[in-house]
Design a protein around this ligand. Structure first.
Ligand SMILES: Nc1ncnc2c1ncn2[C@@H]1O[C@H](COP(=O)(O)OP(=O)(O)OP(=O)(O)O)[C@@H](O)[C@H]1O
Length: 285
């Protein structure tokens, strides 16, 4: 179905939700993203996987326009992230790894703040905020201070913040890190429900291979700034089984090891990567 930069539905051609062509981003001499080619189709849930330091967050920051695009090209629904930043920003909702909810405001106040920042018309604001809170099951807790929320509720509140502008593309950077299994499932169920109701595209990074397997239509495994393998979880598992000729049923975790190698601790990421991941996990734990 995919052809060139777009895929076609009969005579109608819809641009990819995200397209990166040879995207490169360096911190000093070190290339965090190194010639990344990536296409996320309109309407899919796409998982960006990879070891610490693979370049996932840096790539996402370029896609969200929080970082510039120094080399290569990034487009969101056909809008160039370097030259048409406001058009790109209007199309997306972003849940970063770092805390984006204010503990001293209520859930409703937090979401209202985002509605104002994202220019939700004043007449629609209260209704849209209530809808976003309802979509993540926070109606009852809406008027409590966010500081009293559990880790799972904070993540759902951050989802509501991102959803209030009715984005066509929702970008989530490790949305379930540090959450217990029940809270993880709950976050994913809410993402899935909103996606089914609205048809929005979801681009998510995660270190949980079981989540990628269960909830993503396609996944890409990134290593050292580039996509190393891409496909549906079933295709990737099947490919690995064929390559290794084993009767065992490989998991995405096996694929992760296969692509990224066994010396991950030595080769990938650094102190900063581990520190920031731990900080996020602790905040939500
Ligand atoms: N602000 C920064 N200054 C210097 N180097 C950075 C900075 N941000 C990221 N890097 C480096 O860029 C590389 C890619 O980091 P990035 O955070 O994009 O990886 P990641 O795949 O998101 O990792 P994680 O899974 O740990 O979140 C790493 O080597 C990291 O140390």
């Amino acid at each position: 179905m995919t052809r060139g930069t777009q895929h076609s539905h009969g005579s109608r051609r819809t641009p990819d939700a995200v397209r990166c062509d040879r995207l490169t981003y360096a911190f000093g001499d070190s290339r965090a993203v190194d010639g990344l080619d990536l296409a996320v189709r309109d309407g899919e849930v796409f998982g960006l996987l990879g070891p610490n330091g693979a370049g996932k967050t840096t790539a996402i920051r370029c896609i969200t326009t929080l970082l510039p695009v120094p080399a290569g090209r990034v487009a969101v629904f056909g809008h160039d992230a370097a030259h048409d930043r406001m058009a790109v920003r209007r199309l997306l909702g972003y849940v970063p790894q770092q805390l984006s909810a204010d503990a001293h405001l209520t859930g409703r106040e937090n979401v209202t703040l985002f509605a104002r920042v994202f220019d939700v018309p004043r007449r629609e604001r209260a209704e849209r905020v209530a809808q976003a809170l309802a979509a993540v099951d926070l109606t009852e807790a809406a008027d409590r201070l966010a500081g009293t929320y559990s880790g799972g509720m904070v993540r759902r509140l951050e989802l509501a913040q991102a959803l209030v502008s009715a984005p066509r593309l929702l970008i989530l950077d490790e949305p379930t890190i540090g959450l217990d299994p029940i809270a993880r499932t709950s976050v994913w169920e809410h993402i899935t429900a909103v996606r089914e109701a609205t048809g929005m595209t979801v681009l998510v990074t995660t270190h949980y291979m079981d989540e990628a397997d269960q909830y993503c239509d396609r996944v890409a495994l990134m290593h050292r700034g580039r996509v190393r393998t891409l496909g549906t979880p079933a295709e990737l598992r099947r490919g690995l089984a064929e390559r290794h000729g084993s009767d065992a049923r490989p998991t995405l975790e096996d694929l992760f090891r296969d692509v990224a190698g066994s010396g991950l601790d030595d080769q990938s990421g650094d102190f900063r990567d581990v520190r920031s991941t731990r900080r996020t996990a602790r905040r939500l734990g």
